[in-house]
Ligand binder design. Sequence first.
Ligand SMILES: NC(=O)c1ccc[n+]([C@@H]2O[C@H](COP(=O)([O-])OP(=O)(O)OC[C@H]3O[C@@H](n4cnc5c(N)ncnc54)[C@H](O)[C@@H]3O)[C@@H](O)[C@H]2O)c1
Ligand SMILES: [Fe+2]
Length: 435
Amino acid sequence: MILDNYYTASQGNDKVFHLNPPKIKFGRGALRELGFEARALGMSKIALFTDPQIVNLQPVAIARDSLEAQEIDVTIYSDVEVEPTDRSLEAAIDFAQTKIFDGYISVGGGSVIDTTKAANLYVTYPADLLDYVNAPVGKAISVPGPLKPHIACPTTFGTASECTGMAIFDLLKQQLKTGIASMYLRPSLGIVDPESLKTLPSEVVAANGFDVFSHAVESLTCKPFTGRVSPSDPSQRPIYQGANPYSDISCIEAIKLIGSNLVRAVNDREDDSLNDALSFSGVLAGIGFGNAGCHIPHAMSYAVAGLVNDYKPTGWKTNHPLVPHGSSVIVNAPAVFRFTGPACPERHLEAAKAMGADVSETESSNGGQILADQVINMMKETNMPSGISSIGYNTMDIEALTDRTWAQQRLLVNSPLQVEKSDIRELFKMAMSYF
Ligand SMILES: NC(=O)c1ccc[n+]([C@@H]2O[C@H](COP(=O)([O-])OP(=O)(O)OC[C@H]3O[C@@H](n4cnc5c(N)ncnc54)[C@H](O)[C@@H]3O)[C@@H](O)[C@H]2O)c1
Ligand SMILES: [Fe+2]
C-alpha cells in the first residue's frame, strides 16, 4: 500500500505530506492516570465538561477522584447537549467565562469533547460564534494561536474527537451542521480507556462503529495529496491534505477491527475485549481522517442531521429529535461508494476485504459495489436505519438536503471524483432505502 500508484504526482502538484500524530494514552485503567497527566500539563484549577447522563457514570467519578488526588480544583459542567447546537455552545462558553480555569477536561462522547474545544477557544480568543466557523457558513477566521491545555477522555469510540482539530455543531437557524477546524483545537492529550465503554448501549455502539468505518474508508478513498496543486507557501497546505501513505496504514487497520468486531460488540455488551478493539479502531481511524480528511458521506451527513424533523432514536436519552452522527453518515455511504468506486476501485475493494467481504472471485473494477453490499449486510445485522427514508425523509426533501450538502465544500473537494450538485441529488435518491 505504501507509496503506491495512487500517489503519482503530475507536474505542479504536491509531493509533500505531513505526519502529525495526536498524543494518546491508551488502555484499560488509563483514565486513573488523568490527575497525573493534568498536573504534568500545569493544570491546577480545571473545568470538567460532561453531559447530563455521563455525569452519573463511572468515568466521571474516576476522573474526579484522580484529579482531586492531585489536589486539582474541579468544577463540573454537565449541561452539554448531545449533538451540540449553537445554543448549547453559547451556554457552555458562558459557563467557562464564570471563573478563570487553567485547563479543561472533557469526559464524554464527541458531543462533550467538541463542546469543550469550542468553550476553550471562545474564552481564550473571544469572538462571535460564526467568526471561526468554516466558510461559507461562517467567516473562517484562523484561530489566532494555542489554547489552554485540554485533556479529552472519550466514553464513546466513533468520533475520535480526541485526535482531531475539529468541533462540530448544529446551527439551528440554518438547519445545518457545521464546524470549526484548526490544529489549535486538537486536545493536548487523549486518554482512551476502553473500560469507559462498558455502559455504552448497543445502538450507540452500532452508530459509532459505522462512524469509525466511514472515517477510515473516506480517508482511504479520498483524493490523494498528490491530486492537489503544490501550495505556493507551506502554510497554505490544508490540514486535511488528502489520502497519503501514512493515513492509509491506520485506516486499513481500523476497517479490519470494525469488520471483525462490530457486529459481535453490538450484540454482546458483556465481552470487554470487544471494547478494546472498538476503542483502538476509533483512534486508528482518527489518526487517519484527522490527517487525510473525509469526503461525500460526511458532507451529506451534515444535511441529514441538520434537517431532522421528529426522529428520536432508541438508545439516546434526549428530549429533542436528532439523527445520531454515525447513522447520518452510514445511510449515505453505500450510495457514495457505488459512485466513487470507479475513481479508485482497488481501494474500495481493499476496504471491502478488510470489512470481511469475500473478494476472491471479484474483479477490482467492482470494488465500490462490493464495498456497498458488505456495508448494507452489516447495517442489517446491527439494526441500523435502512436508508434516509427510515429517518423520516422522502423525495420532497431531496432539494433541501442537496443544498445543505453543497455548503460543505471543505469536504466535497476531497472527493476522488469531481462532484456536481446534480450528483448529490442522485446520491440522496439512491440512499432512500437499501433493504
Ligand atoms: N470532532 C470530530 O472530529 C468529530 C468527528 C465525528 C463526529 N463528531 C461529532 O460528535 C458528536 C457525536 O458524538 P458521539 O457519537 O461520540 O456521541 P455523543 O457524545 O453524542 O453521545 C451519544 C449518546 O451516548 C451517551 N453516552 C456516551 N458515552 C456513554 C457511556 N459510556 N455509557 C452510556 N452512555 C453513554 C450520551 O449521553 C449520548 O446520549 C456529533 O455531534 C458529531 O457531529 C465530531
Ligand atoms: Fe464522523
